[in-house]
Design a protein around this ligand. Structure first.
Ligand code: CO8
Length: 257
């Protein structure tokens, strides 16, 4: 692994980002956030991007939170600036127009859990540990946890986790809907490859539109959201993917997207 705080590896439009600070369990400091934001700004501009996977280096942690040592002496104004930097970066990850998947390979605490919550879905190794332990440090989640966690797992469970600061294992994270799948750590790699294959068989514009319909629709009332779906569905028929995808089915061959 190189010394860059964010390792970027790409295969056919599927980009894997690895947070590279294993000695501090990949804790998020300003350097990592700045680099992550810059990488995301580049990815946002790419039409050929198909998916983004994000993980942490090593076998122990995805991300063990924001960097506590760096935060310790901050004034309220400095804390606000740090939180804003993180929120902006995490929002950029969340709003990438392609699927963003967290491969949670160990501790996923505080800012790490908040990072995973901004991903479209998360898969976890069976040794992963989740939690929002900030209250034990005398603070509250500041990278979006009080807002994205209740939207993902419901308010009662979010309040339980944010107020007790208790840690939960991967199976409980699966049960409450915080992650989509749990597997042995050694299988995370194979999952990433399987996902890459699956995504490369689908129409890239259709994948982007499906994400857009769900994300934008969730912020609207049902009728407006259904109208949005209809618009995006109809728009599929204006491009080449729909014709290729449906012709391939009728002609009993694989589509060439
Ligand atoms: N920040 C800085 N360093 C960390 C962090 C962290 N969050 N987590 C681990 N490290 C460092 C340790 O200090 C240690 O460094 P060193 O070897 O130099 O002593 C190294 O990583 C290994 O950690 P441990 O020796 O503690 O490893 P253990 O296996 O004994 O324990 C744990 C692993 C349980 C994950 C433990 O490290 C731990 O509890 N870490 C902190 C978890 C935590 O509280 N996370 C939440 C942080 S607060 C947050 O994310 C709030 C975001 C909102 C901020 C608002 C804006 C200002």
């Amino acid at each position: 692994m190189s010394e860059s705080p964010i390792e970027v590896v790409e295969n056919a439009g599927i980009v894997r980002l690895t947070i590279n600070r294993p000695k501090a369990l990949n804790a998020l400091n300003s350097e990592i956030l700045t680099e992550l934001e810059s990488v995301l700004a580049d990815l946002e501009r790419r039409d050929d991007l198909r998916a983004v996977l994000i993980t942490g280096d090593g076998e122990k942690a995805f991300v063990a939170g924001a960097d506590i040592a760096e935060m310790r002496d901050k004034t309220p104004e400095q804390a606000r600036a740090f939180a804003r930097q993180a929120l902006r970066t995490i929002k950029r990850l969340e709003t990438l127009p392609v699927p963003v998947v967290a491969l949670v390979n160990g501790f996923c605490l505080g800012g790490g859990c908040e990072l995973a919550l901004a991903c479209d879905w998360a898969v976890a190794s069976d040794n992963a540990i989740f939690g929002q332990p900030e209250v034990g440090l005398g603070v509250i989640p500041g990278f979006g946890g009080t807002q994205r966690l209740p939207r993902r797992v419901g308010p009662a469970m979010a309040i339980d986790l944010c107020i007790t600061g208790r840690k939960i294992d991967a199976q409980e994270a699966l049960r409450i809907g915080l992650v989509n799948r749990v597997m042995p750590q050694a299988e995370l790699e194979a999952y990433a490859e399987e996902l890459t294959k699956q995504l490369s068989g689908n129409g890239p514009e259709a994948v982007r539109s499906a994400k857009q319909a769900i994300h934008d629709g969730m912020d609207q009332d049902l009728d407006s959201a259904l109208a949005l779906e209809t618009s995006l569905f109809a728009l599929c028929f204006a491009g080449e993917e729909q014709s290729e995808g449906m012709s391939a089915f009728v002609e009993k061959r694989k589509p060439n997207f």
